[in-house]
Structures are given as C-alpha cells and as structure tokens.
Write a protein of this length. Structure first.
Length: 676
C-alpha cells in the first residue's frame, strides 16, 4: 500500500493527499462498513430512472454500464463545520474528498459483492445471484435501509432519490451485527446469538407461512401434512417477522401420528439472514446458522438430498459448545428445538441449552409444550485544509456519527396512523406505555397539562417514537396546525446539515462538470450553496409574509427573522439591478442562490432555533393534553399494541413529495418522519 501526503497553509488553499487500498476480510471482500459506504455513495451518484428491456420498464433502475462508469472515478465530499479554537467567533470548515478509482472488472466484482449482500438485485430476475454485463438493477429494501442511514449520517442533499423512497418498499428493521475491528468478522457470543435468533425465529409469534398445528384433541382420523417446499404465503404475510415456518404432521415408525414443530427450509434460513441483517454474503449467514446449531437452537430434521444435488456446508467452532455444521440445500430441512423456542420467547439471556436430539415428535393426543476481489480497489483521499471565516460556532452533531456495526434494530416507518404501530420501535417499549397509560383521563390530563416537565417529557416521547409521531401529525393536520410539527422537523434537519454536509459524484457527472467553467469543482462552495438554499427554503415556507405554511407565532419573533433576512440579502445583493432570489434549491443554478456567508447562515439557524423552542412549548402545553385523549391514541396504547415481537419490517416509504427540505427528514435526519 502506497501513500502520499503534502501540507500547506489554509490561506494558500493547500491540500493534504493520501492514497490507500480498502481493507478486505478473509473472504477477499471489503469490510462491511466500507461496503455499505461505497454502495450508498454509488447510489447517491447514480441517475436512478426508468430502464426498458424487452418491452418492460423498470423504475428507479440503473445498468451495468452506469455502475461501472461511476465507480471508475467516484468522488465523495464532506464538509464539517466547527468553531475555531483560536477565535470561537469564527467557523472552521474542513472539506474531505474521497475518490474511489477502479477498473471495469473490479467495478463488476464490487457490484457482485453488493448483490451477495442483498443491497441490489436484478430487476428482471430477482432470483438471479450473478451480476451480468448487460443487466438492469434496482435497490433492495435492505439496500434502501443502508442508503437512508448513510444519507442521514452524512447530511446529503438527496432530492433526486425522493421518487425511490416514495415508490419502493424499505426494510424498516435491520439487525446491525457487531464486528471485530481487526478482521471484520462477526463478533460471536451467546448474547449476540440470542438477539439474532430471537428475530430469526419470530420471538413470541413464530412466522408461520401456513396454519400451525392445533394442539386441541382431534376426533377422527389424522391426515398427514408434509412439508410444502413452495408454500404460497397468505395475504399480509411478512418475511421480516422471521423465517418461514411450518408444522409437519407425519406418522412414526409405530404408526402413531406425530407433529414436528417449526420446520424450515435450510436455504430460507440463509436468505432471511442475508435480507434482514448486515451479513454481507451467504457464507457469513451460513456460519451464523451453524452457531444456532452449536448452541442447540436449531437441529437437522430431514435431508432428502441426492447424489449430484448442490449442498453447501458451513462450520462453526466454539471453546465451550464444540463444533457444529449447517448444511444448506434445496431439500434439507431444519427445525427449531425446544431450547430454541424458549430462547425466542424469552427476552434477555437464556440458560445454556442441552444437546438437541435429531428429531422432535409431539404425539397428537397430547398437548403441545408451551412456546416459550476488491483488494485492488484504490482509494485516494484529499483533505482540504480548514477554511477559516468570520463565523460563529456551530452545534456539533454527535448522533450523526452513529456506528453501523452493532447488534441493534433500526426502524424506518412509513404511512400514517395506527398502521405504524407494528412497524415501529415502539414495539416492546413498556416504559413508553407507562408514561401515558395511567393518566389519560380528563381529570389526570387537566392536572399534568399545567406541569411543564410532564408535558415536555411526553412530547419528546411522541417526537422520538415514529408511530406516535405519525399519529400526532395526523392529529395536528385535523386541527389545521400541522405546519408547527413540519417546521420543528425541518429545523432539526437543517441543524444537522449545518454541522455536516456531503455529496457524491460519479465519473460521468465529473466529466460533464469539467465541461462547465468552474462548475462543482469546489465541493466546499457547493455545500455552502446547499445550506443557503435550505435556510431560505425554511424562511419562504414558514416565516415570510404570505408564505404557504405560515406559522402562527409571536409578532416579534417573526419580525426579527424577516428583518434579518432582508438585511442579509441586501448585504450580498449583486451590484447589477437584477433582484436577488432565494427560492433556489441545491440543484438550481448557483448564480440564482444568494451568496450568504456561513456567519449569516448560522445566525439564521439560531433565529430558527428560538422559534423552534417556542413551537415546542406550544405543542407541549396546547396539543399534547388533547392528543392523549383521542381515540386513535388510546387504541394505540392498548396492551395488544405492546407485544414484543410483532414487527413488520417492509413497507412503502413515506410520502416525500414535499419541497426539498420538507422531504429531508426521511432522507437526512434522525428518525424519519413522513412529511405532511
């Protein structure tokens, strides 16, 4: 690995440059985090549009040539703004540009790795596992989840991706697996295996693809029910709830009817882990399944493979439980053991299981037991020295640096109202229910509505919980004041983007930009233009006279913002008589966006934050006490809505058809909220 570096003073515009190869694991693939970052950067840089092949049109798609061209010279730029340690009244803006470069063959290998990780799929044949030379590809629900996290973390202005998020399903709950920093292998421990297996097995509600066995006594003869290889899922079936399970009814050697509980196809287990966790290939998923066998959570039920059938074996080793093997093939069946069902139904760590037998029979006359190549990929980084201006201090955003690689469920919720309860992080959070359930009567609400701490705590819980937030937005819309929540969300998004702003440009776009004099050559200036456009979009949407969603706030608060914006625009007005416009977005002609300084943008942000605090107090004191007495809210807080394991992890994304910044909560900040 070779690297070069140079240094210079910021005023001289010098750059520091270095180059290195991406780290690869023992399978020759890039590390998981690098894979996700490279994938998301590529998707942001692509023009995802309609593609036609054999008289069929595939929306939001890209071709092999598109991906290879952009990967040949893929550039990701990020600007971070912090206070100057010497003079806190100034802002230091540091822009880091990372350029990925590779040959066409390496680019195809990277895209094949994306397919192995289930980030993209063949649009014409989703079952295809090979990245072809003339293929058309789309982002999978898992890929959209990774892309949404990347956009949120890096403050990317991704208005061109709005149609993708509004028209395609997205994986709302993805298991992010903790990995070792040295070799990127998944960290294996009993607690990790329990968390993954609990989701895999469906928790307290196994994900049966057909009717489970009825433990009640049956009068008359018993009809055997074999395992159905190609069972059709019932309406409303959601794979995200766990691997597809079936109960098998058969006869023992003695002729007695028996039932085998929770049987699944070996390949379905691999597919589920690759689709709903951060496993980057089927080999990783196979090793996790082997650990399930090692801990006695699953066991082999039936192997009907014949000579010549394709069978893959994955092995797992441990210091305590010894070795285990998981065999995957089209005719190999596994089942969940008694210990596995107890582990799935019991939150928290479970006791060490005993060795599992190879078969498990339940006589039908008894009650069922209680369910308890990329090494050649070159990366060049260019870090521009801090650009110092007379600007104030910005708020740092620690949350935007969230680590990808830990065992945690993350949620993306679409739709509105009660339909969100099963898809949200609210599932299983009894502490949240305790915050509301005991005091929603008229007398109780009348008491705590005057308690500022009580109302603000409840409002923060509502804003932090996607299901409640969506319901609260519907309530505000019905009362003609949903612009208050929309403003609060947009300012939160803008505050995050002020701290960190990023962009991605592919090889084709870079060549087009070079043909324009001075176009997009300075990422720092581009990011500043995006910030100015976002700041003025908030102003013209909520605060300017006769704005479309004008806020009903104190006259002095509004006058302060209006006067400041007028002064700022007057200061940067061009010498010509052409009027200054501030309605442009990040994609408009840069000449049409006022050249506000970072100091002015930060001052405008502080003005917005003052109004945001005022809006928060209004919502807490006026709307929350009324909201908690509505029938939809009370229905949401019923115990049946608090089951631990009723997640629905794939749904259509929210309606992001609002103007650019209003759409950004789903594309660039915190817990995504479908805009009104």
């Amino acid at each position: 690995m070779a690297s070069t570096a140079s240094s210079s003073q910021p005023t001289a515009g010098r750059q520091q440059q270095s180059s290195h190869m991406l780290k690869t694991g023992r399978r020759g693939n890039p590390f998981c985090k690098d894979t996700h970052d490279l994938f998301a950067t590529l998707m942001v840089s692509l023009d995802l549009s309609d593609r036609t092949r054999f008289f069929r049109t595939y929306p939001n798609a890209f071709t092999t040539d598109d991906a290879a061209t952009n990967l040949s010279s893929l550039r990701f730029s990020q600007s971070n703004r912090t206070s100057d340690p010497v003079d806190p009244q100034r802002i230091v803006t540091t822009t880091t540009t990372t350029t990925f470069s590779m040959s066409r063959d390496i680019a195809k290998g990277i895209c094949q790795h994306f397919m192995d990780a289930r980030l993209i799929e063949n649009a014409a044949d989703p079952s295809s596992l090979n990245f072809k030379d003339r293929g058309i590809y789309q982002i999978t629900p898992k890929g959209l989840h990774i892309l949404e996290r990347f956009i949120t973390k890096n403050g990317i202005s991704a208005d061109h991706l709005v149609p993708v998020f509004t028209s395609q399903p997205i994986c709302m709950k993805l298991l992010h697996l903790e990995r070792r920093t040295s070799d990127d292998e998944i960290h294996i421990s009993r607690s990790v295996i329990d968390v993954v297996f609990r989701r895999f097995a469906g928790g307290r509600h196994p994900n049966y693809i057909n009717e489970p066995h009825d433990p009640r006594p049956v009068v008359g003869s018993i009809v055997p029910r074999p395992f159905v290889d190609n069972a059709r899922p019932p309406p409303g079936f959601d794979r995200a709830g766990g691997v597809e399970l079936q109960d098998v009814t058969e006869k023992s050697k003695a002729g007695q009817p028996v039932v085998v509980k929770q049987v699944f196809l070996s390949t379905h287990g691999i597919d589920w882990l690759v689709d709903y966790s951060t496993c980057c290939c089927r080999e990783e998923a196979g090793e996790l399944m082997a650990h399930f066998v090692r801990y006695g959570l699953i066991t082999l039920y039936l192997d009907r493979s014949k000579t010549g059938d394709r069978v893959t074996a994955s092995e797992a080793k441990g210091t305590i439980s010894g070795e285990a093997e998981y065999r995957q093939g089209a005719k190999i069946l596994y089942r969940i053991t008694d210990d596995g069902r107890r582990a799935a139904a019991t939150p928290g760590p479970v006791s060490q299981p005993a060795a599992a037998s190879s078969t498990h029979f339940i006589p039908l006359n008894e009650a069922a037991p209680p369910l308890s190549k990329p090494a050649l990929l070159k990366v060049a980084s260019t870090k521009m020295e801090p650009k110092v201006s007379s600007e104030g201090k910005s708020d740092s955003d620690v949350d935007s640096q969230t680590d990808f690689d830990r065992v945690v469920d993350t949620t993306f919720v679409g739709g509105t109202g009660l339909s969100n309860v099963s898809e949200s992080a609210f599932v299983g959070k009894k502490a949240l229910a305790d915050l509301f359930k005991s005091d929603t009567s008229d007398a109780a609400v009348a008491g705590w509505s005057k308690d500022q701490h009580s109302t603000t705590t409840r409002l923060r819980a509502i804003l932090d919980e996607p299901a409640l937030r969506a319901l609260f937005r519907d309530f505000l819309r019905a009362n003609y004041c949903d612009e208050n929540l929309a403003f609060w969300i947009d300012v939160t998004d803008f505050r995050r983007r002020f701290s960190t702003t990023s962009s991605a440009v592919g090889g084709a776009a870079q060549q087009a930009a070079k043909r324009k004099q001075g176009a997009a050559s300075n990422a720092m200036e581009t990011h500043q233009q995006n910030l100015v456009a976002a700041a003025l979009h908030i102003y013209h949407t909520y605060l300017a006279p006769l704005s479309p969603s004008e806020l009903n706030i104190d006259h002095n608060l509004r006058a302060d913002v209006v006067n400041y914006v007028n002064r700022a625009l007057a200061e940067v007005a061009p010498p010509s008589n052409r009027p200054v416009t501030s309605s442009g977005s990040s994609g408009d002609d840069p000449d049409m966006i006022p050249a506000l300084r970072a100091t002015q943008v930060q001052t405008l942000l502080r003005q917005y934050e003052r109004i945001q605090e005022h809006i928060f107090r209004l919502l807490a004191t006026d709307q929350v006490p009324r909201f908690v007495r509505t029938e939809p809210f009370l229905a949401l807080m019923e115990p049946e809505a608090l089951k631990n394991d009723a997640p629905s992890s794939t749904t259509n994304s929210p309606d992001l058809s609002k103007p650019p910044l209003a759409a950004s909560p789903a594309l660039g900040v915190g817990p995504p909220v479908p805009p009104a």
